[in-house]
Design a protein around this ligand. Sequence first.
Ligand code: ATP
Length: 226
Amino acid sequence: MSLPANVGDAGPLGLLGGTFDPIHLGHLRLAEEAREALGLEKVRLIPAGQPPHRGKPGSTAEDRLAMARLAAAGNPALEVDDSEVREPRPSYTVPTLERLRAEVGPQRPLVLILGADAFAGLPGWHRWEALFELAHIAVANRPGHSPHERRWPATLSPELDEACRGRLNRAPVKLDTPAGKVIPFDMTPLAISASLVRDLLHAGASARYLLPDSVLDYIGLHHLYR
Ligand code: ATP
């Protein structure tokens, strides 16, 4: 007999939120390498509707969602979640995780995937300390930001260091609990950012091979980032 998904016996679910303005190969490698390093069943890409921590994105939420869908197409391990885009209010991660936790049940491991730059900014997030109760947090290195120095996360901020106390587990790690671990893991360092892609496009330069061709075609067709 197959059990309903919310009984909570399914494999770990990775969650990768972002402005995705636009989605690029740094995001996709982050999802792929997190999936492998942590044994995730799937990774859900969650484009932010109105990101609270930054200025207005260079493209609309609908366009960013469409580009995430194109980027995920053909990879059965990737899902795209449009819930934040559909919300009329700013996208905060804690309410999104609360909704997902209710959706998957209390047992299924949830893993919030962050680049080390995003992790360093966590204390600025709305109700950030609740994140640790709702999901594990996997932290990938990103050029200029390393979660692999010996003193990390003490190098970030005292409150983050304190919040991580007793939670740090270096990958590989068995996700035998639903939430609560902080897991730094290695990914191929890729100095790709959405700002770099936007800057290149704005300057009329080529951004090819920094993002999927399908996304670049969409950008061209819709005259984005001119
Ligand atoms: P921008 O340049 O506009 O600030 P970004 O490239 O950082 O955008 P976001 O959508 O803000 O992209 O990032 C979403 C998540 O992906 C964050 O957790 C971020 O740390 C991570 N991320 C983005 N690019 C990389 C990369 N090249 N390597 C590792 N993590 C990345």
